[in-house]
Ligand binder design. Structure first.
Ligand code: C5P
Length: 286
């Protein structure tokens, strides 16, 4: 969603990306891995605001701003430069933990492109064009439910999910570098997603439980706290608990939003140092 305010800011929402399943099916000669994933978004995330300025600048604020670079190293800055629009003042409101498997940087970059496209009345790029900004940027360009293949650049629409479902997301505060996880994979040739059709809660639950995140075992080896987070989530009796992306954020899907809210409250109380949020699946109002 992109909003235009009276003081000249154009604001785009950068929702958290979740890989409901992530299968690694091969590796290209250039080292990038071939993925088969169902990507969805949660209705929590960062916000990116842009407005015209004489020179480019970036301010990072919000509860997760600490340690996030506020200069040309940040993917939102790179996205703005890559898009080639006139200079802008950028404000990034960081609510999601950085480098945590829920696409924070990629979703921020994609939101920057949406905001700039609106501000300068420019068409959004094609998803494949945005690969140079990061393999997760194409899927974040139009947040929705996507089957994601290739290295992240092959997208096709996935089924709607039951809207009453709830989500809990937990990040235990450890950063796991994505290349380290991919390099630590024991098997890089795993079976692809077996079934791309499901309808209603029963079939969706069955689908979730019969798919995987192939990066999860490697992440647990490097950061055993990921296993602890999954145990804590599973004790709340969700439909399924799994790691997203290369971690360390894990999610659980609950039959209702209310159950997710109650579980998140209990977990947050018992683990005050963890980032614990409850959410719904995001569907773009546009
Ligand atoms: O493209 P991005 O910068 O997000 O990827 C970070 C790193 O993750 C890459 O340099 C690569 O090591 C690894 N990666 C991969 N296969 C993918 C996506 C990322 O090996 N499909």
């Amino acid at each position: 969603m992109v909003k235009v305010s009276q003081d000249g800011w154009v604001e785009a929402f950068a929702p958290a990306k979740i890989n409901l399943a992530l299968h690694v099916t091969g590796q290209r000669p250039d080292g990038y891995h071939l993925l088969d994933s169902l990507v969805v978004f949660a209705n929590i995330g960062d916000r990116v605001r842009v407005r015209p300025a004489s020179q480019q600048s970036l301010r990072v604020i919000g509860p997760m701003a600490q340690g996030v670079p506020a200069d040309a190293r940040n993917l939102v800055w790179k996205a703005a430069e890559w898009f080639g629009t006139p200079p802008v003042e950028i404000e990034l409101i960081k609510n999601l933990p950085p480098a945590s498997g829920i696409g924070g940087g990629s979703s921020d970059a994609a939101a920057t492109l949406r905001a700039l496209a609106k501000l300068f009345d420019k068409p959004l790029p094609e998803p494949t064009e945005t690969v140079p900004l990061g393999a997760d940027v194409p899927v974040c360009l139009r947040p929705g439910n996507w089957w994601m293949g290739g290295i992240g650049d092959c997208l096709s629409g996935a089924p709607d999910l039951p809207e009453y479902l709830g989500l809990v997301l937990i990040n235990p505060g450890v950063e796991i570098p994505t290349p380290t996880i991919f390099n630590a994979l024991v098997s890089k040739q795993n079976p692809p997603i077996s079934n791309r059709e499901f309808e209603g809660l029963g079939e969706f639950s069955e689908w979730l439980l019969t798919h995987r995140n192939d990066l999860e075992p490697a992440a647990i080896d490097l950061a055993p706290i990921v296993a602890e987070v999954l145990d804590v989530l599973r004790r709340e009796d969700p439909i399924c608990a799994r790691m997203s992306g290369s971690g360390a954020t894990c999610f659980a899907v609950f039959p209702t939003r209310h159950e997710a809210k109650v579980a998140a409250g209990r977990i947050a109380e018992q683990n005050p140092k963890w980032w614990v949020q409850w959410a719904s699946f995001y569907s773009d109002p546009e």
